[in-house]
Design a protein around this ligand. Structure first.
Ligand SMILES: Cc1cc2nc3c(=O)[nH]c(=O)nc-3n(C[C@H](O)[C@H](O)[C@H](O)COP(=O)(O)OP(=O)(O)OC[C@H]3O[C@@H](n4cnc5c(N)ncnc54)[C@H](O)[C@@H]3O)c2cc1C
Length: 383
């Protein structure tokens, strides 16, 4: 049997390991630098409060792809969950995304949907014909008051870059709904795994042909030669020892607090003001409303530019990064017997459903092609 090395035990690594193991043709070693499986989707019970905590920030599963929803439901059971986010601004606390109720509360009005649409249109800055930046795009869509209260400070904190210097493409569509729909996602299927995400990964790795190595950081030098083929879901620049430069990421710091009862009465509250140093507070017992806890644990989330030893969370993907990524992509394509995958391997922000779909797709290509033709860089990074 051929020996496969899989780097990373998030959705990317665990799905490819599972799919290859099921063929009976491979033995698989999976290397994980952390002390646990699951990548950034890892959940664990908070030892003090008993609340199921999303260790790397809130994860709400959502997809409009029925096949992916069916697939994850074969791995664990899900409970329905709708993400309803609140936003704290200088003028008070409002539902997000901005919807009819937000508009009426914020402006002290009682608009019908049609009136609200006309009103927002009257606020839009029509002098901006061809918006170049995020700021111009937002001003053109919703005008100064909503931009400054809901978008400006939050974006600055989240990206560390003034919205004047972010591309207009970040805000593709009008970020306002003229109904009372405050469901954060538009996806058809949404839920949270009843017992957290970690059991999904345990199930994927539960196969006699898969050996898991925790606390084992892969490098080409240490493990590269021991396998017939490698699937790599770590950072692409790290694989090449950053030899042509470092791709930039935002990192997150989570400040933990506990108390009796509840802190904010809901799962996620965004803080839009620039003077408040954190971007949001998530109170994790509200992700499992079917459980009962007398205590609570909540996390203030701080965003900053990732330094050398920080966990990379969000790829920044500004122009410099995209040029560097293209250069790494060229190196990756030349690298024989390695597939780069997942959010770090391809340097893209990817929701879980996308990572799952891509990993299953890579696995199906590998099932039909000889190993020499397995795709080295299977997913386009141009998105
Ligand atoms: C704050 C935050 C919130 C999110 N919320 C949502 C959400 O609500 N809904 C949603 O659909 N998606 C969400 N996501 C996206 C989700 O986290 C990703 O889709 C998913 O984690 C990607 O899986 P992956 O396997 O590609 O990467 P990861 O989960 O990052 O796994 C990569 C693994 O590789 C390991 N690794 C890296 N380098 C090495 C090495 N050299 N050797 C060994 N191991 C290595 C890492 O330790 C890690 O465990 C969120 C992401 C963030 C950052």
């Amino acid at each position: 049997m051929k020996k496969i090395g899989v780097i990373g035990s998030g959705f990317s690594g665990c799905i490819i390991a599972n799919e290859l193991a099921k063929t009976g043709k491979y033995i698989i070693d999976i290397y994980e630098a952390r002390h646990h499986i699951g990548g950034n989707c890892y959940t664990e019970k908070d030892p003090e409060t008993g609340v199921m905590v999303h260790a790397y920030g809130p994860h709400i599963f959502n997809t409009s792809k029925k096949d992916i929803w069916d697939y994850v439901n074969t791995l664990t059971s899900f409970k329905p969950y709708i993400n309803r986010v609140k936003a704290v601004t200088d003028k008070g606390i409002f539902p997000l995304p901005i919807n009819l109720r937000t508009i009426n509360l914020f402006f002290g009005e009682n608009f019908t949907p049609a009136e609200a649409e006309t009103f927002i249109d009257s606020l839009a800055d029509k002098t901006i014909a061809d918006p170049q930046s995020f700021e111009e795009q937002a001003l053109r869509f919703v005008g100064k008051a909503l931009y400054e209260n809901f978008f400006k400070g939050y974006t600055l904190k989240q990206w560390g870059i003034h919205p004047q210097h972010l591309p207009a493409s970040i805000l593709k569509r009008l970020p306002v709904r003229f109904t009372d729909d405050d469901n954060y996602y538009n996806s058809t299927y949404q839920g949270i795994p009843t017992s957290g995400y970690t059991p999904i990964f345990q199930k994927l790795l539960d196969h006699p042909h898969i050996t898991l190595h925790l606390n084992k950081k892969f490098t080409r030098q240490t493990h590269g030669a021991a396998h017939d083929y490698i699937f790599y879901s770590g950072p692409i620049d790290a694989y090449f020892d950053y030899k042509i430069g470092k791709l930039q990421y935002r990192t997150l710091r989570f400040e933990r607090h506990t108390q009796e009862g509840s802190f904010q009465g809901s799962a996620v509250v965004n803080y839009c003001q620039q003077e408040i140093p954190y971007t949001r507070i998530s109170e994790h017992k509200f992700f499992t409303p079917w459980e009962h806890h007398t205590q609570t644990v909540y996390f203030k989330e701080y965003s900053s530019l990732a330094q050398d030893n920080d966990t990379p969370y969000y790829p920044i993907r500004l122009l410099d990064d995209k040029a560097l990524l293209e250069a790494y992509e060229k190196l990756a394509v030349e690298e024989k017997k390695v597939s780069f995958m997942g959010r770090l391997g391809t340097y893209r922000y990817l929701d879980m459903d996308v990572v799952i779909a891509e990993s299953l797709d890579i696995a199906s290509k590998c099932a039909t092609l000889p190993m020499e033709q397995w795709p080295t860089f299977p997913q386009s990074t141009s998105k």
